[in-house]
Design a protein around this ligand. Structure first.
Ligand code: ADP
Length: 488
């Protein structure tokens, strides 16, 4: 089976969030299952060509891809996905992808990804490689089925190609002004009222992906149920309901090569569930780095996140005074919306012995926080899957989460399962999206931390949780097969 995974991010080359982690890990596991998989992403100027050994493909040369009637020059580079034999192809269009960052708010953001969709098809033509499945991800690739089935339908090589469309976050729908249709040179009927790309009087790439792919999925089972409701569907719930019989939830896995406390090259002290003594040394190292005073009886609460409303930081803001009375230290890594950056900067400034904030993106620091913190907080309003709670479980760092989406599927509340006579809890969770509910969960976690045997059990339950990609990669193969059967 041949599969082209198309996305706007892929770790370790280009990453802003969990999408990159998925696109960087899933192909390795698919390859192990015998799938012939290739990955296609843009070549951003931020990608370090030397570090990742990118090779310019002379034999492909220049490809002219048309946007709004004008040809744009596209070149191709390739590299191996680290620790695998999977080929990653980088679509090099200087005009669109050399912007200093992956996403922009510039006027031609729509064109940037329309180009990606078309360029991948033209590059497949050049490579003379027609996948059985185009596995498209998020709004940036939602137009692929239109282009293959309409604009390039003259090319019979794609006659048997099918589409799986994965939604990693329904909140980002690729909505633009209706002019985008002309830029894509697609049939004008699509943008008329009720058309496949018309959504609330605008142009939506995500709606296109949902309606025109054979199979659709999102990244956890709970989120797959949630997005069918007005509360979580961000307006897209009716479109999804229309495709409900082809819509599935598949929980993401984690890359157990990259996130392994026994071998992680980004942490100073390795540890395993058989011996957690080095976890304490990582805590000490983390606190030295952050100028917080080490005290093994005071828990460190870590946060690593895009600082956006989705992630529930308003709940922390609402409850900040009470939270700061708790006996705990806080280490925060993230960047995003100004109000949340300000909140954590002020915490750092006002309580320098209690809080440390780093505004920015740092993979090294992310690994160190996972290794050194005692707890990890993710109070998300919604969370399609969430990866950090799974990294936390693996690193013996107990997650405190809001019970939603993938967080609900991976974190079992210690007290909730105890109330039914089980000691299988691996974290703490709360349901109501309110400051007091968050506070109560953090307080419960700290109380358990103060009972060493109980805490050890919770950590062990987490470290024994299996969130590897093996099972999920098999589920993706089943979805690919379903798409192929459907097309036939
Ligand atoms: P989302 O995709 O919504 O951002 P996920 O939890 O699915 O959330 O994935 C986020 C990924 O991005 C994780 O791998 C996390 O460690 C990483 N990440 C987020 N913010 C930062 C940051 N400031 N520095 C380093 N890594 C970050």
């Amino acid at each position: 089976m041949k599969v082209a995974i198309v996305a706007s991010e892929c770790a370790p080359f280009a990453k802003t969030g969990g999408l990159a982690d998925v696109v960087g890990a899933l192909p390795k596991y698919l390859a192990e299952l015998g799938v012939d998989v290739k990955v296609f992403i843009p070549k951003y100027d931020s990608i370090d060509e030397k570090k990742f050994n990118l090779r310019f493909m002379d034999d492909i040369g220049e490809t002219k891809v048309r946007i709004a009637g004008f040809p744009r020059s596209v070149y191709l580079h390739t590299a191996k996905l680290p620790q695998s034999n999977v080929d990653v192809y980088f679509i090099d269009c200087r005009e669109y992808f050399y912007r200093g960052k992956i996403y922009t708010e510039q006027w031609d953001e729509d064109e940037r990804f329309i180009l990606l969709n078309k360029a991948v098809i033209e590059i497949c033509q050049r490579l003379q490689w027609a996948p059985d499945v185009f596995h498209c991800n998020d709004w940036q690739t939602g137009l692929m089925p239109f282009f293959v089935k309409e604009s390039y339908s003259w090319d019979r090589m794609f006659d048997d190609s099918t589409f799986l469309y994965s939604i990693h976050n329904i909140g980002y729908q690729g909505r633009f002004s209706k002019d985008a249709l002309a830029k894509a040179e697609l049939n004008p009927e699509h943008i008329q009222f009720g058309g496949a790309l018309e959504f609330e009087d605008s142009f939506s790439m995500m709606k296109g992906g949902i309606l025109n792919s054979e199979v659709i999925n999102t990244v956890s089972e709970t989120y797959a149920h949630e997005v069918l409701t007005p509360e979580y569907g961000a307006g897209m719930q009716d479109v999804l309901r229309f495709r409900q019989s082809d819509f599935f939830g598949v929980l993401n896995g984690i890359d157990t090569d990259e996130w392994n406390p026994e071998t992680d090259t980004l942490i100073p002290f390795h540890f395993s569930k058989n011996d957690l003594s080095n976890k304490k040394k990582n805590k000490q190292f983390l606190l030295e780095k952050t100028s917080l005073k080490f005290d093994e009886n005071v828990p460190v609460i870590g946060i690593i996140s895009r600082l956006v409303a989705q992630k529930g930081f308003d709940l922390i803001a609402d409850e900040i005074h009470d939270l700061m009375t708790l006996k705990a230290q806080w280490v925060i890594l993230g960047s995003g919306e100004a109000n949340f950056e300000q909140l954590f900067t002020i915490m750092n400034r006002v309580l320098p012995n209690k809080c440390w904030t780093y505004l920015g993106f740092s993979n090294e620091l992310a690994h160190l926080i996972e290794a050194g913190a005692d707890m990890f907080l993710m109070p998300s309003h919604y969370e399609p899957c969430g990866l950090n709670q799974m990294y936390s479980l693996r690193y013996g760092t107990v997650p405190i989460v809001r019970k939603t989406g993938g967080l609900a599927d991976t974190v079992k509340d210690w007290h909730e399962v105890q109330s039914i006579g089980q000691n299988t809890g691996n974290g703490f969770s709360f349901i109501e999206a309110t400051g007091p509910a968050l506070y109560a969960a953090v307080k419960r976690a700290i109380d358990s931390f103060n009972i060493p045997d109980e805490w050890k059990k919770i950590q062990m339950n987490g470290m024994n949780s299996d969130n590897s990609w093996e099972a999920s990669a098999q589920k993706y193969v089943q979805l690919y097969e379903r798409a192929i059967t459907k097309r036939r």
